[in-house]
Design a protein around this ligand. Structure first.
Ligand SMILES: C[S@@+](CC[C@H](N)C(=O)[O-])C[C@H]1O[C@@H](n2cnc3c(N)ncnc32)[C@H](O)[C@@H]1O
Ligand code: SF4
Length: 411
């Protein structure tokens, strides 16, 4: 391996609490409402202590990213909009004091419509958050109930307007489709309502049954079959296109002329990101140790906050054999593909080593690739797992880690 450039760097901050756990969600999030004898009670969580821990966690990451600036922060969860505006200010100024920000930094915070208050949102904006991602999921009360959401349609719309009025000119709405019992017409109504609000960005996810969720243990009746999923997807993609939303990743759409989510794009392009907070993942390319290392932090907030334990749960360096799959896993999800040169720049492996795999995919019409670009075809997009299997470890056992990585430029 011989990496010549360090990729852009972003920061992911995880906030692990939600008002209530949604039955479909496998994110590292812990509900604060407990039900006993038919009553709901709210459990408190140690917000001040958690902010202190996040900043300490960041400090421990600094030696690995010395001299580098960050171009995005993504505060995800969980429900970070539960946080007080004062703590958001403390968190972001604490980060700013420890890490240089690029001048056009994107700072996203995820918000649940059931937790959106005008004063607090103005406070988030004042604190430096400049992009809001609102978890709407659906505008239909019947589906919101099925999904175990704490908000209704009115609150979803209100949350959008509160964010706009607070000053946010970069808003994403998360929507899910293929909900239990959802007709094509109902799915299109959801999409149309979202588009009418004119958000700069839409994330449109197919509902999936994830292991370790309540929906997985007892699946809801009438989940959409493959045909209905395909019909909803086809019609929805057409509506988004007609409405000037450009698809740039499997589930991500940005309004024409507006920005894609830079934090996620960097992640998909095999860029670097520091991950702080319970269960957060990070990937860092290092000049001194000549390694690309993945780390994950302790998932359980109690363990994460236990000062007798380390923040890091797992940490390992990628071997050359793993690199093609690691790179392609997300790069092939990008509609416009990636620059061919970025494979070498990000992995330190010359493109010659993936030519065989690329050619097999090209012959089957799954990928187009030349000296400038590597891109999944529309056909390949439907068979992403098959495309990826061409880049799995077993095809690259001849690669080894002996070659040194040499860093020429720090971005
Ligand atoms: C971490 S949540 C973000 C925001 C916030 N916690 C909320 O739900 O309002 C990220 C998004 O992932 C999507 N998501 C979560 N679980 C999903 C699943 N099983 N299938 C499809 N999308 C899912 C939802 O649209 C959700 O808004
Ligand atoms: S509010 Fe968001 S993060 Fe929390 S459980 Fe629901 S989907 Fe998951």
């Amino acid at each position: 391996m011989n990496i010549s450039y360090l990729p852009p760097l972003t920061l992911y901050i995880h906030f692990p609490w939600c008002v209530q756990k949604c039955p479909y969600c496998d994110f590292n999030s812990h509900g604060l409402q407990k039900k006993a004898d038919g009553h709901k009670t709210n459990v408190s969580y140690p917000e001040d202590e958690y902010i202190d821990a996040l900043l300490k966690d960041l400090e421990e990451e600094l030696p690995a990213v010395w001299g580098r600036s960050i171009s995005a922060i993504f505060i995800g969860g969980g429900t970070p909009s539960l946080m007080s505006a004062e703590n958001m200010e403390r968190l972001l100024s604490g980060v700013r004091a420890r890490l240089p920000f690029l001048s056009d930094i994107e700072i996203t915070m995820e918000a649940n419509p059931g937790t959106v208050e005008a004063d607090k949102f103005s406070g988030f904006y004042q604190a430096g958050v400049n992009r809001i991602s609102i978890g709407v999921q659906s505008f239909d009360n019947q589906f919101l109930k099925t999904l175990g959401r704490i908000h209704n349609e009115d609150e979803a719309t209100k949350a959008f307007h509160i964010a706009r009025n607070a000053g946010f000119n970069n808003i994403n709405l998360d929507l899910m489709y293929a909900l239990p019992n959802q007709s094509i017409k109902q799915a299109m109504q959801d999409l149309t309502k979202a588009i009418e609000l004119k958000p700069e960005h839409l994330s449109w996810y197919q509902l999936t049954l994830e292991p370790n969720t309540a929906f997985h243990h007892s699946p809801p009746k009438n989940m959409a079959d493959d045909d209905r999923v395909a019909d909803i997807s086809e019609r929805g993609l057409a509506i988004l296109k007609e409405s000037n939303y450009q698809r740039y990743e499997v589930s991500a759409f940005s309004q024409k002329g507006k920005n894609n989510c830079w934090h996620n794009t960097n992640y998909w392009q095999f860029g670097d990101y520091i991950g702080i907070g319970a269960g957060a993942h990070g990937k860092i390319t290092r000049a001194d140790t000549q390694t690309i290392t993945r780390t994950s932090k302790r998932r359980n907030p109690k363990d994460y906050l236990n000062s007798e334990l380390t923040f890091i749960d797992k940490s390992y360096s990628l071997s050359a054999v793993q690199m093609p799959f690691e790179f392609m896993l997300n790069a092939l999800r990008l509609v416009d593909g990636v620059e061919a040169s970025s494979f070498y720049e990000r992995t330190g492996i010359i493109n010659h080593h993936i030519e065989n795999s690329l050619n097999k995919c090209i012959d089957r019409g799954l990928i187009v690739a030349d000296k400038d670009k590597i891109q999944t075809t529309e056909f390949g997009y439907q068979y992403l797992n098959e495309v990826l299997s061409e880049f799995s470890d077993e095809h690259f056992s001849h690669l080894n880690n002996n070659n040194k990585i040499e860093i020429k430029e720090i971005i």
